[in-house]
Write a protein that binds this ligand. Structure first.
Ligand code: TEU
Length: 550
């Protein structure tokens, strides 16, 4: 049964000298919630630095840090009022430099989150822009005159609900904001904007950061004529209002690719840096952001394993967590990727419900084994290595999510809760009450408990990372699906020297698998799982060393 390819061919390209961002594992830190060293209830850079030993112990290769720039905090940092400094709630530039040095000392890279589509309305650029239409900065944002009846220039809607336009007088015009009114969209057709963002990138790259995750990169390309978005055929009562229109003209236009190439050209001025693009689109559209000749994002984020409502779709596309469903997702993604492009996977980020809440605790382990054995760079959201869950709906803290303000979309803060380090007060996150409650009082979810328990998810996660480091087949090898019994996802990761088989039982019942003469080297069932073994328990996954000769 084993050994016959039913999907993608094994002949796929294996990089000969892979870059760190191809071999490595990326770990996303939401700075508000990782660790509070200053004692104000909000996480900060010194807090992260205090836990660099944890990141090194875990074995991750890079940290992607959500925005830490000065910000009024309307969208918790995705509304930047100064691109060249650190928000006092997180520390200072000096703390950032110290963090870079501390991470580099243990061979961990730092990727910053760059938000080039919009600034805060408190950014000096916008404050100048809004003064009057003759101001040299006026055209740095997207302004339009009212229609004859005084109405907004077109029917575009904000991701956070309501019109994407707000009227201001002066200058007596409407400005565009794809998100909150406190986040005006920059005008990327103005060369001054491009140059200013280029200089911001150089500022951070000169300080030694290892790359950027570019926020909403697909939104940089708007229709130059700002045409009305067409109605979404098939919208029906019960669906949120913001789905009445297809986002055909407000995003993902050809200019997004020009701008992505431009951003990449700046990253490429420096050796060995990475550009990640946030592209919340279905895979066949997201992979366009690798770019012609691969000159855009090194890693356009792949949301196929999460639940996504792509720009103009009506229904949530929810990853189908059956063996057949996941196999189809993986093969589809492998098939639509351009030649020579490097894949990437994530199970969620700060905008999505946590994977352990979505799938339930019994499937949390096999989900991490999938993430860390697929072909491509995995990005892990902080806390998922513990199986951290969402805070119960309705949980409120000191700040609120603008996305949840209209009541039509979910509250994203439930997945941004403080990291539970210890069983002590406030989870060891802070000496004082945190800005947002800790998700769960289950002490089994703390780092302290899981570090002490060799059978924990945390230890499994770490063992998977170590295995990737030891086996090039897992880190950079080719992928092909293998025939497998019902409910089981089986695939091979192939490398000229060795091969590895991965068998993931995504169902609740025990299943027989064929080890093809190989040896089980890791099981989600824990370090004591007998090897060799041929029966997988419900939701159990194993990694098997096999000979690559066949
Ligand atoms: O997210 C953009 C984005 O697509 C989100 O609106 C996402 O679709 C939605 O939250 C899913 O529920 C980025 C950032 O990741 C997000 O945190 C920011 O709010 C947003 O851009 C604006 O900068």
């Amino acid at each position: 049964m084993e050994g016959r390819s039913i999907g993608t061919e094994r002949g796929r390209w294996v990089p000969e000298s892979p870059a760190w961002w191809q071999r490595g594992v990326i770990y996303q830190i939401y700075p508000w919630s990782f660790a509070d060293a200053s004692g104000d209830g909000v996480g900060d850079l010194r807090g992260i630095r205090d836990h660099v030993d944890y990141l090194a112990w875990l074995g991750v290769d890079a940290v992607w840090l959500s925005p830490i720039f000065p910000s009024p905090g309307v969208d918790l940092g995705y509304d930047v009022s100064d691109y060249r400094d650190v928000d006092p709630r997180f520390g200072s530039l000096r703390d950032l430099d110290d963090l870079v040095a501390a991470l580099h000392a243990v061979d961990v890279r730092l990727i910053l989150d760059l938000v080039p589509n919009h600034t805060s309305d408190r950014h000096p650029w916008f404050e100048q822009s809004r003064r009057d239409r003759t101001n040299p900065r006026h055209d740095w944002y997207v302004w339009r005159d009212p229609r004859p009846d005084g109405a907004a220039p077109n029917n575009w809607e904000s991701y956070f609900g309501g019109s994407a336009w707000t009227f201001l007088d002066p200058p007596g015009r409407w400005y565009l904001h794809s998100f909150d009114p406190g986040q005006p969209d920059l005008n990327w057709d103005n060369p001054g904007v491009r140059d200013a963002i280029r200089d911001v990138m150089r500022f951070w790259l000169d300080r030694g950061v290892d790359g950027f995750r570019i926020d909403v990169i697909w939104l940089l390309g708007k229709d130059p004529e700002l045409r009305d978005n067409p109605p979404n055929q098939g919208w029906r009562e019960g669906l949120p209002d913001y789905l009445r229109l297809r986002r055909a003209y407000s995003e993902d236009g050809p200019r997004a690719h020009d701008h992505a190439q431009f951003l990449r050209s700046v990253v490429d001025e420096y050796p060995d840096r990475v550009m990640i693009g946030e592209v919340v689109l279905p895979p066949e559209r997201a992979v366009a952001y690798y770019g012609t000749d691969l000159l855009e994002a090194h890693l356009p984020h792949n949301f196929a394993l999460t639940e996504v409502r792509p720009g103009d779709a009506l229904d949530l596309v929810v990853a189908d967590w059956t063996a057949e469903g996941i196999r189809a997702i993986v093969e589809h993604y492998e098939a639509v990727m351009p030649e020579g492009a490097w894949p990437n996977w994530l199970l969620g980020d700060h905008d999505f419900p946590r994977v352990a809440s979505r799938l339930g605790p019994e499937r949390a382990r096999v989900a991490q084994m999938l993430l860390l054995t697929l072909r491509g760079t995995p990005t892990c959201y902080y806390g998922d290595e513990l199986g951290l869950v969402d805070a119960p709906p309705g949980t409120r803290g000191a700040v609120t999510d603008p996305q949840a303000a209209t009541g039509e979309e979910r509250d994203r803060l439930v997945a941004r809760t403080p990291m539970p380090w210890t069983t002590g007060p406030n989870g060891g996150f802070s000496a004082v009450e945190p800005w947002y409650p800790i998700a769960s009082d289950d002490q089994a979810l703390t780092v302290e408990r899981q570090r002490a328990d060799p059978g924990s998810l945390l230890h499994l996660f770490r063992a998977l990372i170590r295995l990737r480091r030891e086996r090039p087949a897992l880190a950079v090898g080719a992928y092909r699906s293998l025939l497998a019994p019902e409910d089981v996802l089986s695939f091979e990761r192939w490398h000229p020297d060795v091969a590895v088989h991965v068998h993931l039982n995504l169902g609740p019942s025990p299943r027989q698998i064929d080890l093809a003469g190989g040896r089980v080297v890791l099981s989600t069932a824990g370090p004591t799982a007998p090897a060799p073994k041929v029966t997988l328990g419900g939701y159990e996954g194993v990694v098997v060393d096999v000979s690559a000769s066949e």
